[in-house]
Write a protein that binds this ligand. Sequence first.
Ligand code: EPU
Length: 446
Amino acid sequence: MTNYDAGDVLTVHGGTPLNGELRVRGAKNLVSKAMVAALLGETPSRLYDVPAIRDVEVVTGLLELHGVKVTNPSDGEFVFDTSDVESANVDEINVHAGSSRIPILFCGPLLHRLGHAFIPDLGGCNIGGRPIDFHIQALREFGAVVDKSEKGMDITAPDGLKGAKLELPYPSVGATEQILLTAVRAEGVTELRNAAVEPEIIDLICVLQKMGAIIKVHTDRVIEIVGVPRLVGYSHRPVPDRIEAASWAAAALATRGDVFVKGARQVDMMTFLNLYTTVGGAFEIDDTPGEGGIRFWHPGGELKAVAMETDVHPGFMTDWQQPMVVALTQARGLSIVHETVYERRLGYTAALNQMGATIQTYRECLGGTPCRFGRRNFMHSAVIAGPSKLHAADLVIPDLRAGFSHLIAALAAEGTSRVYGVKLIQRGYEDFEGKLNALGAHVELG
Ligand code: EPU
């Protein structure tokens, strides 16, 4: 483990319950998209409650390269002035290649503003193949010409962008956002079938509506967008980060703690709360305006094993899976997890086994309904036998959510663990080290 600098290694003295309060801000998976949407507005946009995370830095860098003036007048408040949008230098854009999935969403806004777009090769977590075929297919149906170049993708729209009738093979979050960000200013009407309808997508639709877009969300995952010739800036307070909230909830359960997550909202987390209760966790909603949140705690006694599967909204989020599995290592009996969104999102369980957990992964679809990954060579189901006494280990973080799960496991384990690669966690969790200290965890960098 010699390749990590001191700021990238967290020493965790585990075995202490997390107790206290923290606050979650705007959802990473909305904030970054709302920042891209600002490009579509002819007047400045203002976004509040923006967390200080690496993904926000990456998108800020990309916006600035395209001439957007980004200012941060107060804590969490960002203003995007788009009066001088311009083409960026390909090599400069490529500095951001591999660091995030967001650049792909610049296509529509840049095509509308500049007539062309260059998109670097994408990054993000290594949790599956993560193809972008739905994005490319949709852009082509709008009339875009997409050419693969050595460094990324060159996209033009010689005849402009026109509304289209589209149907996604799977309700992809990113492809739905791509289509929304492109259709709002395309000529004519776009009809999208089998759209993703996650709360972050509905919030992006709210942002776009504030900008002047006309978007109708029908039943059965159908979204209709009536293109308009111009959009203005927005002022928006994002939905809270329900992934971060659930991560802390799982940490409270796994460490037998008691954590109040200020800013968490029941409406975004109903599916999570159902599972949390079934496992034996306790929660209490405080809906005082501006002050509210959800208290999550371990009520004592034993946790119960469950069978669960991840799914698109309103199902159990794939991003909730990894933190909850750590809590399930403490439940009595056999729990079953079927991951149906990403084909390779269970690799992190090997590290939990190294710490004393008993988790077996399977290629078959266990429990629930068969999914796209059944009968293919993907270990996408798991059986967790518990409860297991976790012990400390040296851990290397593989991706964002798995990384936070490693951290939870280290906090729940007896002894001192060293967690390598914690900078990856900063992509999506604001000041997690400060929050851990405030919750009474014994952690230090280096
Ligand atoms: N897919 C394709 N082709 C495409 C696009 C997607 O086959 O062109 C497949 C993917 O391979 C995957 C499934 O569709 O199997 C779902 O992918 P989706 O497009 O919905 O995911 P995404 O937009 O890349 C976002 C979040 C993820 C979150 C998923 C699912 C962002 C930046 N990322 O990813 O969040 O897990 O939706 O809710 O919004 C995270 O925050 O750690 C994270 C990974």
